[in-house]
Ligand binder design. Sequence first.
Ligand code: ZN
Length: 327
Amino acid sequence: MRTLKIIFSLISTLLLSVPSFSQSNKNMSKDKIKTLIVDGQNNHEHWPKITYMLKMEMEKSGLFTVDVERSAFTWKGEEFLSDYAIVGMDKTEAMKDPKADPDYSPDFSAYDLVICNFGWNAAPWPEKTKKDFEKFIKKGGGLVVFHAADNSFPEWKAYNQMIGIGGWGDRTEKDGPYVYYDDNGKLIRDNSAGKAGSHGPQHEYQIQIRNSNHPITKGMPEKWLQTKDELYDRLRGPAENMEVLATAYSAEEQKGTGRHEPALMVLNYGNGRIFHNIMGHADYSVESVGFMTSMLRGSEWAATGKVTQEIPENFPTADKSSSVKFD
Ligand code: ZN
């Protein structure tokens, strides 16, 4: 399938370049973090809308310009695709075999940051594209993966090193340990046999910060409530060069593990920085101020190693989630 290159940013760059007295030089397009969202086949019906939401929120922050490159996908959720104006998307193209996309070859080197929005069924990338991507991250490129993107590409060793832990896709003890915190606050790497990845019913759950000195989490309340979402548990993988910044308690009454599961993580791969966020199942989960703030801060950190953004005043608290309806 011909890769559909979507450059919304041309339009938004034009809009943002209208002279404004309040806009400082650092917000000029040339200094912004050049971001590429890679998406395509996904078992989550809201995925095109979520790409659109991320792009809009990131550009609204004044820190990022965002392009999208879409690999082959199965046509699902037509309503969402048409509502969120995915330029160049065409139904005939979309229905082609999504098991592979031999022409998918984004120019990663033109960007500072890549965000993965795929599901477990993402069309495998061509070998050359994988190598280009590995080189990009090794040389210091930033990467953000969230929710089902940690289900993708189970066979791709370097990708699994980048995400640290993942689920589904026949991941088992052969891929690395389960990683979680116990009730005493001890990080456990558990090599016991078993499948990776599960979740109970969607619900609001509490995020517990484990390192409040990291640029991404600094200033966040120690506990905050995520809007209705899936709480991934039993993730496993190589988990090398990985730090868990926050966990979420996976309660047995929610069909969970009774463990504190990793929710926000940072990793290094070569010189590259990676931010991994397990949240973001549906559009309403992405409307969460906690989720979006984590993504914006995680994206800035992955690209630059720093975070300049403030924690917004409507950030969730330990017992109250916070959402802003996207329209
Ligand atoms: Zn999900």
